[in-house]
Unconditional design. Structure first.
Length: 1001
């Protein structure tokens, strides 16, 4: 019995242990349930408790079958058994985070996968052969049964009543979910898999859950199954909210009946603003379009259900179209014809033409409508100012705001403190407090707070600031949960280019540098260097500019931070430079607004679904639908402008700033989807040209809409003296930047629209908003509508996405369509896509034209990302959230790309995602990612990743190396400019650290 004791020692108390805890440092499994919430269906249909100890026994026996009885005494075997058992349990729990049933076959499948992923191929082979032997033995003794027969003895409990399972109704539900989706979807395997996971006495809610899980497993076979799954989920949502099962054909009438009741219940529950009851609810209820419920894919609808729909005591009260109308009503509270505007806003939201940002979707129409996404602050150089900033961070984060803090004014380590005659500890200890505050104060109870600290490159603490995210060193001077960014002046970049020295100062000895940019900054900075030469300044450090630049890139490579952002383009090109200075960007690096002691910058975000604005031409090709785009942008700008007046402000400085300048940030998403429809590779001049022309159109119509709002509602109060007022549009400011730099600007200046008419209109009517355009990451709202995030290339063509709502298989539907047309979509292709991490370059069957069109992010040369971003930045009055993807990263490549970004006039960059060049062989899904296998055949070592590399990648923000020594080696190589393989990016969209800020999403 030693084998059993050995295998179960870590799982004896598993029945009562919450799944959010773990033994011996194992990763947490799930916060929602305990093992008691899970059952196992045996092959005879009986239901037993879920006992992880039995999995440990099975794994132990598999090892003993290979290693012999002596394996029972092996500490190695015991450790492997525990690790593999934990892996199996985690995989099972992730599939049903709220409890449920597992079929015994599913558990055994997971054991097989765990053994293979763990490299225990001989043990896995023995286990597979044993399963096959038992299967054949059962086949001889038991006749096979179909789904109907299997369901014959099943009774279900529903509202306390036990009755036989109605197989006809279940089959009808699944068949109706497949209607209109083509011959690729088949209800029969979904029905069979659903019934397999049922047992006598099963609650009816679990029957539907089983159907959802069964349909979900089919998504990798065809993307249309995502809609099938969504429709089954939709049925369960309606059943939960309406209290009965309602067919799609009846929903148009039911929506109109339900909608007023929903609003009244929301007000009674003190969730909704009672002003919503003053609308004509009958008119709005009749405007709801039930057919739009069918647009959702599974990921989108599940995300809304889990995180956006209003609930009372855990029960949802909000259905999809009511959700969109609630948001629309909240944004039209101050309109004259509120109903007409609410319907107008509802239509752009529910048709997926435009989507407001997450805080607006969360809170519009509620009693505390915090609708803004981003807040930017500057921190003063005294204790009162520092702790006031911490308090502001906490208050803003509490209501779901993403934060960007400028810390440049805080004096450096060793600076004199007059009040105590002591010396300062510098900025880093305060950043540690900021880090812990962000963790302590979550965003509206829905996600962890998120903040990014900015520091200018001349600050004497910059070298220590670069190391804040390292996993080694004094942990009291590390900020593992906070983002950091370099705020780089052009003078530093010029000295890097020229190979000259750079001087670091404490801001306490040169306080004016913080508020200067361009030529004024250069003159003042050189003046302080002259003081150093004359011996008038004692606290400074002189280093080669290239040395500091290499350290910046080395830390970016090793830890993912600090990000690279450029101070002077943000200021020289700012329409608002007449009333202040841009001291930092925000959490996601797309906002460039002024901050001061009196003003906290605020930005309100939303994004146009660009692919919804392509229209099919007579010849079958696609082109931008300018008429529709203009209509959508006009409505979107009105919605964003309304946010400013309706918004709840937790801090007075934010309210004053927002009402004074009225900035908004209209962005785009679905750019990659557009390229797929246009049959255009991301790595092409045609893609760069489309980026240019599409962004020109969005910006043109946004600026035009702001002039119309100005004509209707009045100019923003600080308009006089702005670049808008002076007749200088964003594209004109590139010349100002070139003049300020004395060159070093290489940007295409072409245009295609009638900008002269817009200039004339602005000169007459002015602008309603100081800033109009900012491209946010859109990771969450793009999931809701099922398109690619913002301006990103396809991450993978097939992958498993993990987020707060669970795990979701994502397949590139455009690729599947093209492969079907060429007869190439089959089980082998699915397996190949899994094996090669969703990349096409090594799948020989795929033609070269499709490989180019469907190249994934790491197959696209990052220079194309920069070139496309440069064309967009020409038109944008703020910035864009630009991730850099790089396979086979090296110091030389990083140096080239980030210098190119500066030369092309980019204002900011965001995450660096890297992948080793030699890391090309892939296996199947593990831990929510397509697991990496190094080409050398060694499992999980060094930069090849494995579990440790993946975990550190999540912590580091972009796939940090799997160990500190490896990370240091890679960083040193990057600093030396040596070609090396970078650490593997094990992160996937939705992993912790991949999408830091959903405020911008």
């Amino acid at each position: 019995m030693q084998t059993t004791d050995t295998g179960t020692s870590q799982f004896e108390s598993a029945q009562s242990r919450p799944l959010g805890t773990a033994s011996q440092g194992a990763p947490a499994l799930a916060p929602q349930a305990t093992f008691a919430d899970y059952k196992v269906i045996r092959r005879n249909g009986s239901v037993v408790a879920f006992e992880p100890s039995k999995i440990a026994i099975a794994v132990t026996k598999a090892f003993l079958a290979v290693n012999g009885g002596q394996g029972a005494a092996s500490a190695r075997v015991r450790e492997l058994v525990e690790q593999l058992t934990q892996s199996v349990v985690r995989a099972l729990v992730r599939s049903r985070p709220n409890g449920g049933t597992f079929h015994i076959e599913d558990i055994q499948d997971q054991v097989e996968l765990a053994l293979m992923r763990g490299g225990e191929h001989n043990v896995a082979r023995a286990y597979v052969l044993y399963r096959e032997k038992r299967h054949l033995e059962r086949a001889h003794s038991d006749a096979p049964a179909d789904a109907q027969a299997g369901a014959a003895g099943i009774n279900v409990t529903d509202a306390g009543v036990t009755r036989p399972l109605d197989m006809g109704a279940l089959r009808g539900l699944i068949a109706s979910a497949c209607e209109g989706l083509g011959s690729a979807v088949n209800p029969d395997p979904i029905v069979a898999e659903t019934v397999k996971n049922l047992y006598d006495g099963v609650p009816m809610s679990q029957v539907y859950d089983s159907a959802i899980l069964a349909a979900r497993t089919m998504i990798e076979k065809d993307p249309a199954y995502s809609q099938v799954t969504a429709r089954i989920l939709l049925h369960t949502i309606r059943r939960e909210i309406l209290g009965e099962e309602v067919a799609q054909g009846e929903m148009q009438a039911r929506y109109a009946e339900y909608f007023p009741q929903f609003l009244k219940r929301g007000v009674e529950a003190e969730l909704l603003d009672d002003k919503l009851l003053q609308f004509d609810l009958v008119r709005l209820g009749e405007a709801l379009d039930a057919s739009r419920d069918l647009q959702f894919g599974y990921l989108g609808l599940q995300t809304l259900y889990d995180r956006y729909f209003l609930h009372v005591d855990g029960t949802r009260i909000e259905m999809p179209q009511a959700f969109f109308m609630r948001v629309a009503m909240g944004l039209s509270l101050n309109e004259i014809d509120r109903e007409a505007r609410a319907i107008e806003f509802y239509n752009v939201l529910s048709s997926f033409d435009f989507m407001s940002s997450t805080p607006t979707l969360f809170n519009s129409g509620t009693r505390r409508s915090q609708l803004s996404s981003c807040y930017l602050t500057t921190v003063a150089d005294d204790l009162d100012g520092i702790y006031e900033a911490l308090k502001e961070n906490a208050l803003l984060s509490k209501f779901a705001g993403g934060l960007g803090n400028d810390w440049t004014r805080v004096r450096a380590l060793g600076s004199h403190i007059k009040g105590t005659n002591g010396k300062s500890q510098g900025v880093v200890p305060f950043l540690k407090v900021v880090n812990d505050t962000a963790v302590a104060v979550n965003q509206g109870g829905k996600r962890k707070g998120a903040v990014c600290a900015y520091l200018e490159t001349w600050h004497l603490d910059i070298e220590e600031f670069l190391e804040l995210r390292k996993n080694t060193g004094d942990d009291r001077r590390r900020t593992h949960d906070m983002n950091t960014a370099n705020w780089i002046p052009d003078l530093f970049m010029k000295r890097v280019m020229e190979g000259t020295d750079w001087t670091l100062f404490s801001p306490s000895t040169c306080p004016d540098l913080h508020d200067k940019f361009g030529a004024e900054f250069e003159a003042a900075y050189r003046g302080y260097e002259d003081k150093v030469a004359r011996g008038e300044l004692k606290l400074f450090k002189k280093i080669p500019a290239q040395q500091l630049w290499r350290k910046m890139l080395g830390m970016l490579f090793e830890t993912g931070h600090p990000w690279i952002t450029f101070k002077d383009p943000c200021n020289v090109r700012s329409p608002q430079q007449h009333v202040g200075v841009v001291h930092s960007s925000n959490l996601c690096t797309e906002i460039t607004l002024n901050t001061s002691d009196a003003e906290i910058a605020v930005c309100n975000l939303g994004s146009v679904n660009l692919v919804a604005h392509l229209v099919k031409q007579a010849d079958g090709s696609y082109a931008l639908d300018h008429d529709k785009l203009k209509r959508t942008v006009s409505v979107a700008m009105r919605m964003l402008d309304n946010v400013i007046d309706i918004n709840y402000y937790a801090v007075a400085k934010a309210r004053n700033s927002n009402l004074k300048h009225r900035p908004v940030g209209l962005g785009i998403m679905g750019f990659q989807d557009c390229l797929h429809l246009l049959r255009t590779p991301f790595s092409s001049d045609a893609a760069v040209e489309f980026a240019d022309r599409s962004m020109e159109a969005v910006c043109y119509y946004a600026y035009w809409a702001s002039t119309e709002l100005s004509q209707e509602r009045g100019r923003y109060s600080s308009y006089r003296g702005s670049l808008w007022d002076r007749g200088i549009l964003p594209q004109d400011t590139l010349k100002l930047l070139e003049e300020a730099r004395g060159g070093y600007v290489e940007v295409d200046m072409s245009s295609s629209l009638d900008w002269a008419s817009l200039r004339e209109r602005i000169s007459v009517h002015g602008m309603r908003n100081s800033n109009c355009i900012a491209i946010a990451p859109t990771a969450t709202i793009s999931n809701i509508i099922g398109v690619s995030p913002c301006i990103e290339p396809t991450f993978q063509n097939l992958f498993v996405k993990s987020n707060l709502s669970g795990e979701f298989t994502v397949v590139n539907e455009y690729l599947v369509r093209d492969l079907k047309e060429r007869g190439l979509w089959d089980e082998v292709m699915v397996a190949d896509l899994k094996y090669f991490d969703g990349m096409l370059s090594r799948i020989d069957r795929i033609p070269s034209d499709l490989r180019a069109i469907y190249a994934t992010a790491f197959e696209v040369d990052p220079k194309w990302l920069v070139e496309a971003a440069s064309r967009r930045q020409k038109w944008i009055d703020q910035a864009q959230s630009l991730n850099i993807f790089m396979a086979g990263a090296s110091g030389k490549k990083l140096d080239e790309i980030y210098k190119l970004a500066w030369l092309r006039g980019l204002k900011t960059t965001y995450y660096l995602r890297t992948m080793a060049a030699t890391h090309v062989e892939k296996s199947t899904v593990a831990h929510g990612a397509l697991n990496a296998v190094p080409s050398s055949g060694d499992a999980g070592g060094g930069s090849a990743g494995g579990a440790a590399g993946g975990a550190q990648g999540a912590a580091g923000g972009f796939g940090a190396a799997g160990g500190s020594s490896s990370g240091a080696l890679n960083a040193a190589a990057a600093e030396a400019g040596i070609e090396v393989d970078g650490p593997v990016c094990m992160m996937r969209p939705g992993d912790p650290g991949f999408e830091e800020c959903e405020a911008c999403q």
